[in-house]
Design a protein around this ligand. Structure first.
Ligand code: PLP
Length: 412
């Protein structure tokens, strides 16, 4: 039986515990939603003020050069690269995940343009924007491309046939927290002649990722989730050196031109990862990405993973010890290798229970159907937080202290 005392002892021995001070978390809140919007690094306020007052306010347009604004997508990409097993000059921080996915998918189809392969395989349970973007691209092209949605990993071998051009998967599922074996699935796709596009939205900063070891082809991901870049902060895209020469997509904006300030009417792509850029970036928001990345440089993804598994194991164990008499269903895999950094739990009144939790300072979120989602972010979540969150959940369930008619907000 685990007691709160035991959790406090785990916190006292936790090598990551000091990093919590790098985040500005409100008093009395247990934040278990870093998988959706990471908490604010303390330094991001000062950084935003410096960008706005000094770089923009005082130095005006010269800041494109003097403050490194123009180079920022590449510089931040290089800071992010080690977290996902990418090399120098293979990542840029730019645009949104949806848009980067569009570029990566278009480039992947381009690699297959001289083959009769016309099918993009993905999961029905993928994050909807990934499916929508693929559908948008293929239906707009109107060249016989189509999507094939599978319902489980077991269907992948049969689905990746001779007609499959691209396998597009999200590494860690947003709803269930299921984690694919990236290396094995990529090897399967390559053996069948397909190109792979991986979405790392719920992986970057959450679980160790080694894109090169897995021999992946393209990848995209978020910076506002586990990387703590701030609401709507620009996303990233990875194009390995071996694919950069052949990297072509239709969003050929001036930032991917070989010499943008020649202002030439003809497009000529630059070489290297700059090809993944499109146009002018939201500088204030982009600058804040660095504050989140800096914190990762003080630890390792291995240490983060160790604590993440300990936190999610603890949460599952406490749910089973203390809430066993309630109709909770574990959705997230128990197997460590298949688990991301979240725990998803169903309850017949999941939305109402989550609203009650939020009202009592335990912030998670809700995803259809019936799923309460709890994200665990080892940089700032403590073992005592896990204990307290389960205790508050137990009280709410025991007392039925939730409103089954709770009105849905626009964002759940
Ligand atoms: C969060 C998430 C996105 C978000 O895309 P945006 O373009 O930033 O809105 C996309 N895909 C997956 C798998 C996600 O988890």
């Amino acid at each position: 039986m685990t007691m709160r005392q035991d959790c406090l002892a785990l916190d006292a021995a936790d090598p990551l515990a000091p990093l919590r001070r790098e985040f500005a978390l409100p008093e009395g809140v247990i934040y278990l939603d870093g998988n959706s919007l990471g908490a604010r690094p303390v330094k991001s306020l000062e950084r935003a003020q410096a960008v706005i007052a000094a770089e923009w306010g005082r130095d005006l347009i010269t800041s494109w050069n003097t403050a490194g604004w123009f180079e920022m997508p590449r510089r931040l990409g290089n800071l992010l690269a080690p977290l996902v097993g990418a090399q120098e000059n293979e990542v840029v921080v730019t645009d949104t995940t949806s848009i980067n996915l569009f570029k990566a998918l278009a480039a992947a189809l381009y690699l297959q343009k001289n083959t009769p392969r016309k099918v993009i395989v993905t999961e029905r349970s993928n994050f909807p924007t990934d499916i929508y973007m693929a559908e948008g691209l293929t239906s707009w092209l109107d060249r016989g491309y189509s999507l094939r949605l599978v319902d489980s990993v077991d269907e992948l071998p049969a689905a990746i046939g001779e007609d499959c051009a691209v396998l597009m998967l999200t590494h860690v599922n947003y709803r269930t927290g299921y984690q694919h074996d990236m290396a094995a699935v990529t090897a399967l796709a390559h053996a069948r002649g397909a190109v792979t596009v991986w979405d790392l939205a719920h992986s970057a900063g959450a679980v160790p990722v080694d894109l090169h070891a897995a021999q992946a082809d393209f990848a995209v991901g978020c910076t506002y989730k586990y990387l703590n870049g701030g609401p709507g902060s620009p996303a990233f895209i990875w194009v390995p050196c071996r694919h950069q020469e052949a990297f072509r997509h239709p969003l050929s904006g001036w930032w991917s031109h070989a010499s943008p300030f020649d202002m030439a009417p003809a497009f000529a792509p630059c070489s290297g990862i700059g090809r993944a850029l499109c146009g002018t970036q939201p500088v204030v928001s982009l600058a804040l990405v660095e504050c989140g990345l800096e914190i990762f440089s003080r630890t390792s993804m291995e240490a983060i993973r160790r604590k993440s598994l300990a936190l999610t194991d603890l949460f599952i164990a406490l749910l089973e010890q203390r809430c066993a008499h309630h109709p909770l269903g574990l959705v997230t895999p128990r197997e460590h290798a298949r688990r991301g950094s979240q725990v998803s739990v169903t309850h017949p009144h999941g939305y109402a229970v989550m609203q009650a939790l939020i009202a009592r300072g335990v912030i998670g979120d809700y995803r259809e159907p019936q799923i309460m989602r709890f994200g665990f972010t080892p940089l700032y979540t403590s073992y005592a937080d896990v204990w307290d969150a389960v205790e508050i959940l137990r009280q709410i369930l025991d007392d039925q202290a939730y409103d089954v008619n709770a009105q849905r907000s626009a964002v759940t």
